[in-house]
Design a protein around this ligand. Structure first.
Ligand SMILES: Cc1ncc(COP(=O)(O)O)c(C=O)c1O
Length: 400
């Protein structure tokens, strides 16, 4: 018997955080590293948002708030859902937490019982399966393929649902692939879900604003209004407004679920940071030009990275619809050998060898549940991305 809870033995540490830690170690040792591992915009938080936080501090808005958030922010969130997603939520159907991750965790904590099943399409954001396990339930992975452009089909969804299924976690555009479901693609899935009233939908819309024409974002409760009564629509300011460190996420959903999540939050973290909540009010209600400018920069970087990677023999990189990630296949490189005699048997070895020989940090596909691939976060300058792709090309060309 150990002192640490049994539930933790089922949980892996985050592979993406492990890459960040490794990069810090190497940099501290003086190694020249390009890190394309972290999932956050490289832009600064817009000034109007920072100033709103400074004003909040100067006005003494530095005390506890209601656990589920200040009324002004909940009103701004309802207006955002209406304006951008055609979804009507009452403030009682909205909760503010310390980041999108916290929202997801609260929702799972508030609803999962041992042996419940949660459907998770792979490749998935690394935290989903482990959060489910932490809550004592079982993640059920629905595998996609490179050929299906990392999207599940209606038949796969139908086959994965059992009487124990409680949730499907849906994430479009996706971390790690950038794949986004069109309205018609999503409709084929919501049609399946209509036939299974015991299955709830957790839609993680964190990358809603980072999408590239002609792709247009849509969310399940919007595509199928009949599902809204069993959908939690999750979003946040982290990716949309370069606010990862401010820790504000939010969700709209049925009041019974939101009340249960408030109960969890009220007995654990209480309210999200008061100052950050005031900053988030400005993010949602203020000028939206940052979104347009950052989207244009990310689109240019996506094209740069996809173009350079597809010029490398053995790498095949689909063009993603959104987010700031690409998820190229390295099928053509498996079985090759480095100059030092290391066999590239899988994507983890590929990424370790790439880091060792060229100092480029990326995350291996197995961490996200689909191999042989790796994830590049292209939230970096054109110069850094070009340099990284040149190094990746040199590494791949050196394999025999
Ligand atoms: C798909 C996805 N969902 C949720 C989150 C968490 O966002 P936050 O930083 O607001 O907790 C992330 C962050 O990387 C993400 O990629």
């Amino acid at each position: 018997m150990t002192f640490i809870a049994d539930a933790l033995s089922r949980v892996k540490p985050s592979s993406t955080l492990a890459v960040t830690t490794k990069v810090q170690e190497l940099r501290a040792a003086g190694v020249d590293i390009i890190s394309l591992g972290a999932g956050e915009p490289d832009f600064d938080t817009p000034d109007n948002i920072k100033n709103a936080a400074i004003t909040a501090i100067n006005c003494g808005k530095t005390k506890y708030t209601a656990p589920d958030g200040i009324a002004e922010l909940k009103t701004a969130i309802c207006a955002k859902f209406k304006r951008e997603n055609s979804l009507s939520y009452d403030p009682k159907q909205v909760i503010v937490s310390s980041g999108g991750k916290h929202i997801l965790f609260n929702a799972l904590m508030a609803t999962l019982n041992p042996n419940d099943e949660v459907l998770i399409p792979a490749p998935y954001w690394v935290s989903y399966p482990d959060m489910v396990r932490l809550c004592g339930a079982n993640p059920v992975v629905i595998e996609t393929t490179f050929e299906s452009r990392f999207k599940i089909t209606a038949m796969q969804l139908e086959a994965a649902i059992t009487p124990k299924t409680k949730w499907i976690i849906f994430n479009s555009p996706s971390n790690p692939t950038g794949a986004g479901y069109s309205w018609d693609e999503l409709k084929t899935l919501t049609d399946v879900l209509l036939r299974h009233p015991h299955v709830w939908v957790m839609s993680d819309d964190m990358y809603e604003h980072i999408t590239y024409a002609p792709f247009e974002f849509c969310t399940p409760a919007q595509v199928e209004p009949a599902l809204k009564a069993r959908t939690l629509t999750v979003n946040g300011v982290s990716k949309a407004y370069a606010m990862t460190g401010w820790r504000i996420g939010y969700a709209g959903g049925p009041q019974t679920l939101i009340s249960a999540m408030i109960k969890v939050q009220g007995q654990s973290t209480s309210n999200a940071c008061t100052i950050s909540q005031w900053a988030a009010v400005e993010a949602l209600n203020g000028p939206q030009d940052y979104i347009i400018a950052s989207r244009a920069a990310f689109a240019r970087r996506r094209d740069l990275v996809v173009g350079m990677l597809n010029g490398i023999a053995g790498i095949d990189c689909p063009v993603p619809e959104g987010a700031f990630y690409v998820y190229p296949s390295i099928k053509g490189l498996i079985g090759k050998v480095t100059k030092q005699g290391q066999h590239i048997d899988n994507d983890e070895i590929f990424c370790i060898e790439l880091l060792k020989s060229e100092g480029v940090a990326v995350v291996f596909g197995a961490a996200f549940g689909l191999s042989p691939n790796f994830r590049i976060s292209y939230a970096a300058s054109d110069e850094v991305l070009t340099n990284a792709c040149v190094r990746i090309a040199r590494f791949c060309e050196g394999l025999e």
